[in-house]
Design a protein around this ligand. Sequence first.
Ligand code: HAM
Length: 424
Amino acid sequence: MGEHQAPLRAPAGTHDVLWPDSARWERLVGEFARRARLAGFGLVLSPMFEDAALFRRGIGDESDVVRKEMYEFADRGGRDVALRPEGTASVVRAFVQHHPPVPWKAWYVTPAFRYERPQAGRYKQHHQLGVEVLGTDDADVDVEVIALAAGLYAWLGLERVDLAVNSMGCAECRPAYLDALRAYLDEHRDELCDEHRERYRVNPLRVLDCKRPACRAATESAPRITDYLDEACAAHLARVREGLGALGVAHRLEPRLVRGLDYYTRTTFEFSALALTSAQNAVGGGGRYDGLAEAIGGEPTPGIGFGIGIERLLMACDAEGVFPVAPPSPDAFVVDVTGGEVARDLTAELRAAGLAAVRAYDGRSLKSQLKQADRSGARYALIVGPDELERHVVTVRPLRAEGAQEPVGRDEVVAWLTDAGSER
Ligand code: HAM
């Protein structure tokens, strides 16, 4: 025999979600699915890894996500692949590959992988709920998409969520803005952080996104993109803001908001949880990407979507003290001290009737089974001892509700419990 090995642990920056905490995940994903369906979205599943070129071309070679954070590797066949750092590029790739009719509205829930330094609210594997709409640049879709996210935060009971909205302009008007921004940064070069002093010319927008105090201060009075939008982009932004106002979605214009992915055009937005004190307080973000489909080899097709980080969203709920989810408790716990056959058959019957039924295993004593029944949170213990077996009955003992225990005929137990359930 070998020596005892130290137990292996999940890699830093990843985490397990165990029951009963996972009950919140189940409820959250279920509600998101429901809301997405009501808004005309269908579930889309796509691979966890893709040709790395998809992310390089789609998200942009100059983004931090691609440059520093991608889980990229050669597989055993020498192919250059990457774990998805986000959901949008894959969904747009799937759209381009299968050309479904437009407008195409997809929702997803997916892990996303980013090689970041783990800290509170920042993981190497996180999870996102998201939607994408392909095939229309109607500003009302932007409103619909933003309102879908805002509605989820409200349903959770979150009250301290800030929504910042901006426009990144388009291929026509953005170059003039970039020129102006570069000219400004040329003059303030020495004030920038070490990284951006070297790199700002390649992608000046990244400087606006930099969280370091030096860059923040240096760009305080930098040119604002909203002053450079052409007529069509300005009208689009105005229509989005008007729509948000009409639907009662509070927001503010934030001309500094550029987001970390390079595919954005026109509308961008970010939701921040003000109850989270860490710098990692973005609980969702997204925007329009009218050039993305073309950048990855498809027909030019406009699109918009968002991603919501599930871990951060739940952290925000904890910080505001909302969205507690009680772990589901079973309807019945079958206690059988006659050999287990009744427990085996009765749990199967109860489950077939739609009741949640659990039991003990390994021939435990009556005392031990009753303790387990109590711990399980079950509403009733269904007790079968030699006497019950003989009389073909089950002793139904309320564990949560008021009332005395009573014998119920073995063949009537399922109906009895179903009635008890409907009286609740
Ligand atoms: P993103 O802003 O990079 O956008 O990520 C979306 C959300 O995922 C963030 O707001 C945050 O809640 C969460 N998140 C991101 N990185 C981490 C991390 N390392 N640890 C924990 N949570 C994280 C996107 O991914 C775009 N695909 C959104 C989109 C969809 N744009 C258009 N369509």
